[in-house]
Write a protein that binds this ligand. Structure first.
Ligand code: PEP
Ligand code: MG
Length: 941
């Protein structure tokens, strides 16, 4: 039997259902479903996606028998609608629209008014008595058909946008000019009639063939052209971005035309079953009388509100559908209730009223803001329309971001003047007066001004200004640059890598594409999008929403992968707890020396760096010790009962030395050495490539006493808290390791200090773990060796991405946009884990590490730990936790819940465990036991 390529739909009856999206596309499946629900849908048929793929496989020819199926379905449509396609008395017109499995808005083609010809035009005029409407429809058909079918589908690409549509538009302009009118609607029936003749002539001249006068030819041409638009440039680009397979193909929906522009009893509109902006359970929509669909969305005429209850100050004076056509409104309202109950989701509807009769043209799940998503999910749960898991899945993790920071009012943003763009490094929105130095930011903020700090890039000495500013904008840097990391950890709005912004410090101004903006000028930043606007835009704050709190309660039980926070202060730890973090995955010890207000420990650190021998170094470290211990102890206290991963010092030493004259002078004074000496030493320590230089574990290899001091500070803090009956669970983490011997080297220090601390505090044992960061590809490959000593791994995916791609994490801003635009990369690998490369290294490391230590604890503390797509991947490879900035904790928790629910629904999706090739990997070693007892610690010593 021939394949079924064509599925009929009509009032009360359809061949398809909403379950058949793969075959009928989203639009076709929902049209069928609406028919099955008995709703008034203009009859039509869907030519399947399968037919589209067969068409391409068949050198762009329709498969055998397909047009026969089309004709049979068309007859059914004619019978239902009481009109005949191509008939010289009572002609039926149809629309041809694309419809893929997933919505690809505006990416493919549409042809309307198919069926108008030299015979049907007079018939339709006679039938409607409305010549203007008929000629207007005819000229629209010619414009669309010549453009979509005769030009684009034929692969003709005219130069300089001089395509046929443009040519016809020019003719129309001339006709309007001659008549002295501005609007299309000012053209009379005769004008349009004349225009249609001009169009026909031009099409023949430009395309070398006539516009087809045979309705069946028009229909055939339109179906083929919509198929071909699947492979149009726009559609291909969109699929690349959205990761939609190119093999799917599109369906074509041929549907009887209904007209909302047939006079005052006709109308057209779009509506949402609930408010898509705030989730309010009120029928919300817009319509226009005597109009076509595109008039409502095009913004040429101000649309009218659908009902009285959703009117606002701007629309109060406009007539609602409820008042103007009360019976039809009641019918539409009942349909809305039926559809929402049926789909159990907010629907986005399109309808047309033709001469007093209501027709439904589309329904689909409606897009919504984060606020609306949470409110609708909670409301629908309370209404028992959906269950808890569905409610959780209804909110996209990234949508929670809207609640956690002030954001720009989307309405204000629509009309704002865009100055430039950068990478979206820190969330939310912020406005303020621009300043170009950290000191100015602090000073201006002190006198009550809101400021934005605009810099080429930031470094640790800018911390005070960054804190004081409402937002940060840097011309250089990538998503893991200093500005980005710091801003995100504070939840501060930040844009980096905005290469068009050239600061001229001598003139206190920034020049963007030739335009100058002086210090004090107000900008508004959208850190979620990376856009910079001129002037001050309205903000909205949604943080304290009780619905959000209730929603977060729903996800409490999804904890198979934990969420921790990257936090360096007791305040951050407390905030992270508040957001539901279950531990700290990364405490960067150096932040205590590098951030503002820590002059004393910083001075001792400088003294340690300048020391000439171990004795002098130890003396400086002894002074540093109490500061280190205090911060760590307070943070562990704030995280009592949860693990705190403390990383040993990571940055290259010269970064700790102050580069600004005034700070240098101040610190030099505190430790009694000439400032010049610090400057000299900094120059000596300068490295060509510090990211690959003397940093991380390498510092401890050359200065073991530095490692010893840090480990002692951590373990003594834990011991003291234990004495105070506060549960501290430290995890000591060695950064930037590439070889098991580095880990073993430091383990000796760890074991010795642990035994000493246990003895000092007369304890029986002390709960603690010893592990490493995995952030070098070599470490991933040799994880079976690293795991012999390390009790846990934490993937430092910032450095791992840098070292795998060979892209500098601080300089990627200078070329990333080009890479993204040209699709060499589909996303910023510092933001979303590159599963095919870096992800493979992570997975390999997990498998190899666990092959020698099945209990090996695995986590991630790079920026990817807060990215929902990356979290789904980490869940699949079996990490125990992800760690991210405190402000991203709720987002990460929701992403974990989604991953868990998705896995439950499709268990086979879990990433398969790979075989471990290395011989050594199979050598089993028993897992380390915790806590280490006093006896055991002694023995190791
Ligand atoms: C990392 O490299 O992923 C990491 C967390 O460490 P840092 O960003 O401090 O280098
Ligand atoms: Mg790192």
């Amino acid at each position: 039997m021939a394949k079924k390529y064509v599925y009929f739909f009509g009032p009360g009856k359809a061949d398809g259902t909403s379950e058949m999206k793969n075959l009928l596309g989203g639009k076709g499946a929902n049209l069928a479903e609406m028919c099955n629900l008995g709703l008034p849908v203009p009859a039509g048929f869907t030519v399947t996606t399968d037919c589209c793929t067969d068409y391409f496989a068949n050198k762009s020819k329709f498969p055998a028998g397909m047009m026969d199926q089309v004709k049979t379905a068309l007859t059914k449509v004619e019978n239902v609608m009481g009109m005949k396609f191509g008939d010289p008395k009572n002609p039926l017109l149809v629309a041809g629209r694309s419809g893929a499995r997933m919505s690809m808005p505006g990416m493919m083609e549409t042809v309307l008014n198919i069926g108008l010809s030299s015979k049907t035009v007079p018939a339709l005029i006679a039938k409607t008595g409305n010549a203007r409407f008929v000629y207007d429809s005819y000229r629209r058909l010619m414009m669309m058909y010549s453009d979509v079918v005769m030009e684009k589908a034929e692969g003709i690409e005219p130069k300089d946008d001089k395509g046929i549509r443009h040519q016809l538009e020019e003719i129309m302009k001339e006709v309007k000019q001659k008549k002295g009118v501005e609007l299309d609607t000012d053209l009379s029936a005769d004008d349009l009639k004349q225009l249609c003749e001009l169009f026909k002539e031009r099409i023949k001249k430009a395309m070398g063939k006539e516009f087809p006068d045979d309705p069946m030819k028009q229909l055939e041409g339109s179906i083929g052209a919509v198929f071909k638009s699947w492979n149009g440039k726009r559609a291909i680009a969109y699929r690349n971005i959205e990761n939609i397979p190119h093999t799917w193909g599109t369906a074509v929906n041929i549907q009887a035309m209904v007209f909302g522009n047939m006079g005052d009893t006709s109308a057209t509109g779009v509506a949402f079953t609930r408010n898509p902006a705030n989730g309010e359970n009120k029928f919300f929509g817009e319509y226009l009388v005597n109009a076509q669909g595109e008039d409502v969305v095009a913004g040429i005429r101000t649309p009218w509100p659908i009902n009285e209850m959703t009117k606002n100050e701007h629309t109060a004076h406009l007539p609602s559908l409820q008042k103007k056509m009360p019976k039809l409104y009641t019918q539409l309202d009942a349909i809305k209730n039926k559809l929402e109950k049926h789909y159990k989701n907010m629907q986005d509807l399109e309808f047309t009223i033709q001469e007093g009769r209501l027709w439904m043209l589309q329904t689909r799940d409606g897009k919504r803001t984060g606020l609306a998503a949470v409110n609708m999910a909670m409301d629908m749960l309370a209404e028992k329309l959906i269950d808890t898991e569905t409610a959780i899945l209804r909110v996209k993790p990234a949508q929670l971001d809207e609640f956690l920071h002030p954001i720009i009012d989307p309405n204000a943003e629509k009309n704002a003047s865009l100055i430039g763009k950068g990478l979206p490094a820190g969330p939310g929105g912020a406005f303020g007066k621009i300043v170009f130095t950290s000191d100015d930011a602090v000073e201006w903020a002190k006198r009550g001004e809101k400021v934005l700090l605009v810099r080429d890039e930031t470094n640790p000495e800018d911390i005070a200004g960054m804190r004081a500013a409402e937002g940060i904008l840097t011309a250089r840097g990538g998503m893991t640059s200093h500005a980005a990391l710091v801003a995100r950890s504070w939840g501060k709005c930040c844009i980096v890598g905005a290469a068009d912004f050239k600061i001229d410090f001598s003139k206190n101004e920034v020049i963007v594409k030739g335009k100058s903006f002086k210090e004090g000028h107000i900008f508004t930043l959208n850190g979620t999008k990376g856009t910079v606007y001129d002037g001050q835009l309205q903000m909205i704050d949604a943080t304290e929403n009780p619905r959000l709190k209730a929603f977060l309660k729903l996800i409490d039980k999804y904890k198979s992968m934990k969420v921790r926070a990257n936090a360096d202060t007791p305040e951050d730890a407390a905030r992270a707890r508040n957001f539901g973090a279950e531990g700290i995955g990364l405490f960067r010890t150096e932040h205590m020396f590098l951030s503002d207000g820590h002059d004393e420990p910083k001075a001792y650190m400088v003294q340690m760096i300048l020391a000439d021998n171990e004795k002098e170094r130890r003396a400086a470290l002894d002074k540093l010790f109490p500061f280190m211990k205090k911060d760590i102890k307070e943070t562990m206290k704030a995280m009592s009962g949860y693990p705190v991963t403390i990383r040993l010092l990571d940055p290259p030493l010269h970064e700790v030395l102050p580069s600004r004259d005034d700070t240098r002078e101040k610190l030099a004074g505190m430790i009694n050495i000439p400032a010049e000496e610090i400057k000299k030493r900094a120059a000596l320590l300068h490295e060509v490539n510090p990211m690959l230089g003397h940093r991380g574990v390498r510092l401890g290899i050359t200065f073991p006493e530095l490692t010893e001091m840090q480990i002692r500070a951590i373990l003594e803090s834990a011991a003291e808290l234990k004495k105070e009956n506060i549960k501290a669970i430290p995890e000591i983490m060695v950064p930037v390791t590439c070889d098991e011997r580095e880990i073993k080297d430091h383990k000796l220090i760890y074991d010795r200090v642990l035994a000493e601390v246990i003895k000092k505090y007369s304890l029986k044992g002390l709960e603690c773990m010893y592990g490493t960061m995995i952030e070098i590809p070599r470490a991933c490959l040799l994880s079976h060796q690293m795991a012999e000593t390390a009790e846990f791994f934490s993937f430092g995916t910032n450095d791992l991405t840098q070292m795998s791609f060979g892209f500098s994490r601080d300089d990627i801003g200078s070329f990333l946009s080009e890479y993204l635009e040209r699709k060499i990369l589909t996303e910023d690998p510092f933001q979303t884990i590159d599963q095919s490369g870096v992800g493979q290294l992570v997975q390999c490391s997990c498998v190899r590490g666990r092959s020698v230590n099945p209990k090996l604890k695995l986590g991630v503390c790079g920026e990817h730990g807060g990215d929902p797509d990356s979290i789904a991947f980490f869940y699949k490879v079996g990490l125990n936790y992800v760690s991210c900035s405190p402000f991203r904790v709720p987002i990460a928790r929701l992403a974990v819940a989604h991953a868990e629910i998705d896995a439950k629904k499709a268990p086979a999706k879990k990433a398969p465990a790979k075989k471990v090739p290395a011989k050594k990997a199979t050598a089993k070693k028993p897992a380390k036991k915790k806590p280490v007892t006093k006896k055991a610690a002694k023995k190791k010593k």
